[in-house]
Ligand binder design. Structure first.
Ligand code: ADP
Ligand code: MG
Length: 387
């Protein structure tokens, strides 16, 4: 039986959404194939395992001292394949608390979707379900992400960016650039947050000032983008790993008057997760547009070296489509876009596990051994100049 750890929570604004995605995986993973168990990273960053973590009520007022919880860590070196308790006392040894063959990362936002956790799993040589470091990090940074999309020749909305320091020093210059290069209405976004946090729309100079202030309180880099009036949003997921790339159906999420606020996005339908949101699947758009969007999604999946399941979000302005962003760990793993294609959630989880394991196999096929003479030369006193 494969020991399948499902990790969620963490120091992120999307902590609660992540708990829901994690519990969904635990509920839907095939019990005949996996012993799946929760690994919870608290809001302060500590890791726990234990049966109470299967109950959503545990998270309302999380108590780290609750009976049944064990505080653990994942050693950042290969070969341990498990979670360990910290040794206590001077000569206390770490003890294996749970075996871990593969991890499903049900993380949204910082400290989980952004490459940080992926890095730890790379160091530990444990298969994990999401994109690697590059894709995860690029997918989290709206400014770099856009630069990559543009370099691929994909349509993106015109934008500029600035640093918080620049804004604090010369706000007028930033405002002038935004007005001259883009014009109102504008969207202002912190570079590294998701779930609409810190995002604002500005229709005039005063609102722009306020929106940048808000964004700058969340991040040191800020993206300012031309806003589309009455946008139609279309999302398309993509599943796979090297050679196997399966774009999903397209969805049109519920229309919002202004734009999706954090509250709207996750609490509509009584907080039951993304599935309860009103959406249209497949999206009511032309076949031509659908295939164009699926094509873009597959291209992005390849360029960002994706693994597992991601979701790319688009904005339509009339007949024109713009790539808005990629979510490398989408809400509910976008299972609802694959279910109608004949792939139930449990089969989607099987695929995530397969790709995770294949990812590690592929890595092992690359050679890390390269013997150089540098140390010998240095020891014998030769001068080494790095080219
Ligand atoms: N340039 C834009 N024009 C119109 N609406 C936008 C624009 N950018 C974002 N939005 C709206 O704001 C929402 C959140 O923005 P997004 O870039 O997707 O950030 P997040 O990472 O928070 O989801 C989008 O789903 C869309 O409704
Ligand atoms: Mg979005």
């Amino acid at each position: 039986m494969l020991e399948l750890g499902v990790i969620f929570g963490s120091r992120a604004a999307e902590h609660d959404v992540s708990v829901i995605s994690g519990l969904q995986i635990l509920e839907n993973a095939d019990k005949s194939k996996y012993h799946s168990f929760p690994i919870y990273i608290s809001r302060t960053g500590e890791w726990f395992i234990g049966e109470p973590l299967r109950d959503i009520k545990t998270y309302r007022n999380f108590n780290p001292d609750q009976k049944g919880l064990t505080r653990v860590f994942l050693p950042a070196e290969p070969g341990h394949n498990g979670l360990y308790t910290f040794g206590s006392g001077l000569f206390g040894k770490m003890q294996k608390a749970a075996a871990l063959d593969c991890a499903i990362l049900a993380m949204h936002g910082m400290h989980g979707e952004d490459g940080t956790l992926q890095g730890l799993f790379e160091l530990a040589d444990i298969p994990y379900s999401s994109c690697g470091l590059v894709g995860s990090a690029v997918g989290m940074d709206k400014i770099v992400m856009k630069a990559v999309f543009k370099s691929m020749g994909l349509p993106t909305l015109p934008s500029i960016y600035c640093y918080r320091a620049e804004w604090q020093k010369e706000p007028e210059t930033v405002i002038e650039r935004a007005e001259k290069e883009l014009g109102y209405p504008l969207f202002v976004k912190p570079a590294n947050l998701g779930s609409s946090i810190g995002i604002g729309k500005a229709t005039d100079r005063e609102k722009l000032r306020q929106a940048i202030e808000v964004a700058a309180s969340f991040d040191r880099r800020i993206l300012i983008e031309r806003a589309v009036e009455k946008p139609i949003e279309i999302n398309c997921a993509c599943l796979g790993f090297e050679g196997e790339i399966i774009p999903s159906l397209c969805e049109q999420p519920a229309g919002w008057d202004e734009f999706l606020s954090f509250e709207d996005k996750y609490t509509r339908g009584g907080g039951k997760g993304m599935k309860s949101l009103a959406r249209q699947v497949p999206a009511p758009i032309s076949e031509e547009m659908t295939s164009r969007i699926r094509g873009y999604t597959a291209d992005i999946f390849g360029m960002l070296e994706c693994k597992g399941v991601v979701r790319v979000d688009y904005i339509l302005e009339g007949d024109t489509v713009y790539v808005n962003e990629i979510n490398t760990i989408p809400g509910s793993f976008a299972f609802y876009l694959y279910e109608p294609m004949g792939l139930p959630f449990s089969a989607l989880i099987d695929k995530l596990v397969q790709y995770a394991r294949r990812g590690l196999e592929q890595k092992r096929e690359s050679s890390f051994a390269y013997s150089s003479e540098i140390l010998n030369k240095a020891i014998s006193g030769a001068k080494i100049i790095k080219k």
